[in-house]
Design a protein around this ligand. Structure first.
Ligand SMILES: *Cc1c(COP(=O)(O)O)cnc(C)c1O
Length: 461
């Protein structure tokens, strides 16, 4: 191993990365390689002797061909996957080259500061309280786990119970209240934290994605409780009625957590900010970096209005830590020990967009979603199931024989196989639907035209 190995491998990685990105417009979106083919190409026994770095890089690039779903391009509209902004991607490479352990200040002073600065910027653009604590985690799932751990800490310590020391076995039971359209990652957070899914009470949700609040007041008592609200429900993009829900919950001493994986970003836009009214009064908020902010995977963010509880739930001290009153150790706020410098791509993305650029990204995605839904809604055999509230809507495809579920899956499959655009299916209040989310900074007006053309062709087939 020599330095030149290092250089050559990096140079080739750069070339392959640029080739890949340049191919977004031309390549078909779906992965075309079969499972067996990928196993043949990538498998085999591990060589006894190491392979030169540059050869590994070349072979990787060749062998994944046809096995990547082109989710980073401008006509990919499924799940909640954004692209990777150039500044974020490039600085993520640097983060790997620096290979810092961003756990404590001593292992990477600069990265600790970058995280500190980015955390303040995020609170500012997301209109969250200045005093809120924050953490950079792997995604919204881990953000939920972190926030609900802080909730568990505070709800029980308020009742004189130290959950960190005593565990949950003898603790007063914590109830969790969600809407019917709550994301599954909340249930998993409840499982991981020992709250259990039996602790979850589900309130009905409306077609607008909002939790119905009529029954909530009745089920909240004085026991420890968490109410989970949503900013940008997964199918409709709907926002809960924060003002009323938070008032109800706080009246009973409940902790309010907001799943804002998608919708928290609405706060960055003058046009959509009104949807977030009252949201700043919640107790914790979770969102993603790798979705609408267009960071490469994987970064999520969590914020809490209770820094003491947040820190008490996560803090660690080891003999090899150097203390300092004025420093922020990322490890004190996340469930991880050694960790990647996730602040770096975040910092780069925010700077590359600027406030105005972020607002434009939000507004543009929402405008594209509106154009897609309007364009599809004008076609025969398309029923709009939800108009976009922010950057997504839902449609279904109707069949003359009345089997709309089958027809919807069939048309989705045809669009996917066209290679031109990609949407995914979902179940929404008892129907199969096609979700139409727009998150990528790469999506242009021309991409919307091409996509509508591909949908029209799939309907005619
Ligand atoms: C994606 C998503 C999650 C989970 O986030 P990850 O970043 O994938 O961990 C949670 N809630 C909603 C609404 C989401 O869209």
């Amino acid at each position: 191993m020599t330095m030149s190995d290092d250089h050559e491998a990096l140079r080739r990685a750069l070339k392959h990365a640029i080739d890949y990105i340049d191919g977004f417009d031309e390549r078909a979106i779906p992965a075309s390689a079969a499972l067996g083919e990928l196993r043949d190409r990538l498998g085999g026994t591990l060589e006894a002797r190491g392979v030169p770095a540059e050869r590994i890089v070349d072979e990787l690039a060749a062998n994944v061909e046809g096995g990547l779903l082109d989710s980073g391009g401008g006509r990919f509209f499924a799940w909640a996957i954004g692209g990777a902004l150039p500044a974020a991607l490039a600085s993520d490479w640097l983060t790997s080259a620096w290979d810092q352990n961003a756990a404590i200040y001593a292992t990477s002073p600069a990265l600790a500061v970058i995280e500190e600065v980015s955390g303040e910027w995020l609170k500012d653009v997301l209109a969250l309280p200045k005093e809120a604590s924050f953490a950079f985690v792997t995604g919204c799932q881990t953000a939920h786990v972190t926030a609900l751990a802080a909730a568990r800490q505070k709800l029980l310590s308020d009742r004189g119970y130290d959950v960190g020391a005593r565990g949950l076995a003898g603790a007063p039971p914590i109830r969790v209240h969600t809407g019917a359209l709550c994301h599954e990652s909340i249930a998993r957070a409840c499982r991981l934290l020992g709250l259990g899914t039996d602790a979850v009470t589900v309130q009905p949700s409306g077609r607008d994605g909002k939790m119905k609040l009529d029954a909530l007041a009745g089920v909240l008592d004085d026991g420890p409780a968490i109410v989970v609200l949503q900013a940008g429900e997964f199918n409709t993009g709907g926002f809960d009625d924060f003002e009323r829900a938070i008032e109800l919950a706080h009246d009973k001493g409940a902790w309010v957590h907001v799943d804002g994986a998608l919708g928290l970003w609405a706060a960055a836009s003058a046009r959509y900010r009104h949807l977030m009214k009252g949201c700043e009064r919640a107790d914790s908020w979770a969102t993603d970096g790798h979705k609408w902010l267009n960071l490469p995977f994987d970064t999520g963010f969590v914020f809490t209005a209770h820094p003491k509880a947040h820190r008490a739930a996560m803090m660690v001290r080891a003999s090899y830590f150097t203390a300092g009153d004025d420093v922020r150790h990322p490890i004190d706020w996340t469930p991880e020990w050694s960790r990647r410098g996730r602040g770096v791509p975040t910092y780069a993305a925010l700077r590359s967009l600027g406030r105005q650029g972020l607002e434009d990204l939000i507004d543009r995605s929402c405008g594209h979603a509106r154009r897609l839904i309007e364009g599809m809604g004008a076609l025969r055999g398309v029923e709009v199931m939800a108009e976009p509230i922010i950057n997504q809507g839902i449609v279904r495809f109707t069949a003359t024989d009345g089997d709309h579920d089958r027809r919807t899956d069939e048309v989705i499959d045809r669009i996917q196989r066209s290679g031109i655009a990609w949407f995914g299916g979902s179940d929404f209040l008892g129907s199969r639907v096609m979700r139409v989310p727009v998150l990528s900074f790469r999506t242009t007006d021309a991409d919307i035209d091409k996509t509508l053309e591909a949908v029209r062709a799939a309907l005619d087939d």
